[in-house]
Design a protein around this ligand. Sequence first.
Ligand code: PAF
Length: 311
Amino acid sequence: MSGRDSHWIVGPGALGRLIALRLAARTTGGVEVTLLGRRRLPATQTLVTPEGERLTRTLRVTTTDNPPSRAPDAVHLTTKAHAAEAAHAALAARLPPGTPLVLWQNGFDCQPRLTERHAGPVLCATTTEGAFVAGEERVVHAGHGQTLVGALAGGHRDLAGGLARRLDEAGLPARAVDDIRDRLWQKLAVNAAINPLVARFRIRNGQLRDRPFRPMVEAVIAEVATILAAEGVAPPRGEGLDGWRTLVWAVVAGTANNRASMLQDVLAGRPTERDAILGPLLAAARRHDIAAPRLAGLEAGLGPARPAGRP
Ligand code: PAF
């Protein structure tokens, strides 16, 4: 990726707007950004940085059924997991073969299917950047994080390296990795241990450290560790069950005051990422003939991923 790249950001939620505004604001003369959604957002958008600075930029905004005529150098899908395939289907026919696609979804659900289906190179990205939408024209970058980028089957190393550099220059620290599949599963494991429980009991992340929740988290981690060992996913820092426990409790401590994303979705009556987070674990458990009563109970306890009557 060199020269004046054109990036399409499809899915103007918090993450999409964060990437769009950072790319537009920080890379002088290098990146042309278009924000695409099912509906058109106001073109002038403000990012409030973790340091309290305000970055206001006027972006190109349009809808997925009316994309720009100039083909992009890269398309970033930043929708929630359950909306990614529909967003891709809406645009795929308008993209020249070979257009790179970057998938930013949580979980491990649409990534293998879109990697197979897309007529061009596909990268997956996982990020710990924190952001939330604070209105039609404002997004808050709540905390700095780290982004990892790579292709599911390895490969596309130069493309991943170029994208990581672009993001890095734009103030989103990023690096290319060869093990993005393990990284996606690791994030999914953390999400599975935290999100369904806090959503079900409507508590902040830090409350998981107390009774009666702590043993529930431990039981979920044990199931997840067994399933992921069977699936051949490397535990964080290679330490087996203890590696998973250390990772999950470190994230709980680091986000103790957060209302996790699934709790926010439940409270707002939005579709949750239940299927993208618990679905792949339960499917892997079935493939390897492993009992997963805790995860199955969490899935049932959350009810339908999409509230009745919503698309
Ligand atoms: O989904 C979220 O909110 C976050 O991934 C995490 C790590 C659970 C922290 O709140």
